[in-house]
Design a protein around this ligand. Structure first.
Ligand code: LLP
Length: 428
């Protein structure tokens, strides 16, 4: 792939990210290094907003911050007016710290503890319950003014079975037959305003599963409206918008998605007499995936009778998606963008497991030790899923904007590996 998408640029064979040289960044901050483009995040948000606005004006975009919870990313999106989808007290805490007010935060958690429910209630965020159990335990702690219920529309989709979050085998959401009971319980306890929610999965590149699941969700909404006498303030159709990772992947047709999904939404609203609730959508990946790359340096070339390995300093401790889901991430050689001669390599990380490959059988320009690789589309579920496995400190993160750069997360140091641990244990 020789064509690079904005904010990536080829300047005389060298990679630049929104006007900043990749080489300069690694000289300054070392590797592995996540580089995030502020402008690309803003553009992604504006593009999505424009696509929705043309069909329905009453909508809110909730950023699923699990995709990338760097404070700099949160602050950029906060300044755009985005709301937040949070899934843990930690995410709520970080969103509040980044300047989001509680009414801009929707909590959607599963297997939530009582002390966590108390924290969420005290924080005044809107809670989207995942089960009757969670609802009853919440109501004992506090009766919120507004409440939402996550429904399992029994239709799921996603790029990998781990990322399909609705359907028969799914642990998520309340089933249709239990929905009326959940809303009646909440209403009788004194809840005044209601939402209804679904999230069918992640990495979806076509509108069809959304349309099918939306139809089911709205049928449940109608049933709840009629039987529990509930009017909906908002209807949340979740996240899941996919992005192309491989050269052959076609991007989601955003206009078509917006046209189809929102016209189906509006038609059902009037057919079912559900008024004009606010539509929520919860993209994570779409807003941040292509705004970030991972820079990793080649330290080893190893040719065996069977394979050619390129050993780099980022493994599945730094980016777990290839090992965990078999995900494809495009890789380019940041210092050889014009090289033509290609060879097939396995790109291997430093982790002591054979599954620690960022890519297998990948055609790359002939690699030498010291080359700099850029793993593309690393902004979603990259750093946020990284770990210290094999006692490797986590990577640093840099934000770039129009030729300028700022370190927004320091590289962890060896001391960080022992943080909170006892160095000497003495039994009494
Ligand atoms: N809303 C809820 C309730 C979610 O659980 C998720 C993602 C989203 C929204 C945002 O989904 P997105 O727009 O980013 O697809 N680690 C996996 C993805 C797991 C997604 C989990 N839930 C990956 O790397 O592909």
């Amino acid at each position: 792939m020789n064509t690079l998408n904005d904010p990536l640029e080829n300047r005389n064979g060298q990679l630049f990210i929104d006007g900043v040289s990749a080489q300069t960044l690694v000289e300054k901050f070392d590797t592995p290094l996540y580089v995030i483009s502020e402008r690309r995040i803003r553009n992604n948000y504006q593009r999505l907003k424009a696509a929705l606005t043309r069909n329905y004006s009453k909508f809110k975009i909730y950023y699923a911050m699990k995709a990338n919870s760097n404070l700099a990313v949160l602050k950029v999106l906060e300044s755009e007016g985005v709301c937040v989808d949070a899934v843990s007290p930690g995410e709520v805490f970080m969103a509040l710290t980044s300047g989001f007010t509680p009414e801009r935060i929707l909590f959607t958690g599963t297997s939530v503890r009582n002390d966590e429910l108390k924290f969420l209630s005290d924080s005044n965020v809107i809670i989207n319950v995942d089960s009757q159990s969670q609802l009853i335990r919440l109501l004992k702690i506090n009766v919120p003014k507004t409440l939402s219920v996550r429904i399992n529309p029994e239709i799921g989709a996603g790029h990998h079975e781990h990322c399909i979050t609705a359907g028969k085998e799914s642990k998520f959401g309340v089933w249709e037959q239990d929905a009326v009971k959940a809303y009646t319980t909440a209403k009788e306890a004194g809840v005044e305003k209601f939402g209804i929610h679904m999230h069918i999965g992640s990495g979806i590149l076509d509108s069809k599963p959304y349309l099918d699941a939306l139809e089911r969700l709205l049928a449940v909404a109608k049933k709840v409206h009629d039987q529990a006498k509930v009017n909906f303030e908002f209807i949340d159709i979740g996240g899941g918008l996919g992005v192309p990772y491989g050269p052959e992947d076609k991007p989601l047709d955003l206009q078509a998605y917006s046209d189809k999904v929102l016209s189906a939404f509006k038609a059902k609203m009037s057919q079912y007499d559900l008024g004009e609730p606010t539509l929520h959508i919860e993209p994570g990946r779409y807003l941040v995936a292509d705004a970030s790359i991972l820079l990793t340096a080649v330290n080893t070339l190893k040719v065996t009778p069977y394979r050619k390995f390129v050993g780099v300093d980022a493994g599945f401790n730094t980016l777990i998606r290839p090992a965990m889901y078999g995900s494809y991430h495009h890789i380019i050689v940041a210092n050889k963008l014009v090289a033509t001669e290609e060879e097939k390599y396995d790109v291997a990380g430093p982790i002591c497991e054979s599954g620690d490959l960022l890519a297998k059988d990948r055609c790359l320009p002939r690699i030498e030790e010291g080359d700099l690789l850029a793993v593309l589309n690393a902004g979603a579920y990259g750093f946020s899923m990284s770990s210290q496995y094999n006692a490797r400190p986590r990577a640093a993160e840099v934000l770039v904007k129009e030729g300028k750069y700022k370190l927004v997360r320091e590289r962890e140091q060896l001391d960080d590996l022992m943080q909170g641990q006892q160095q000497a244990i003495e039994w009494q």
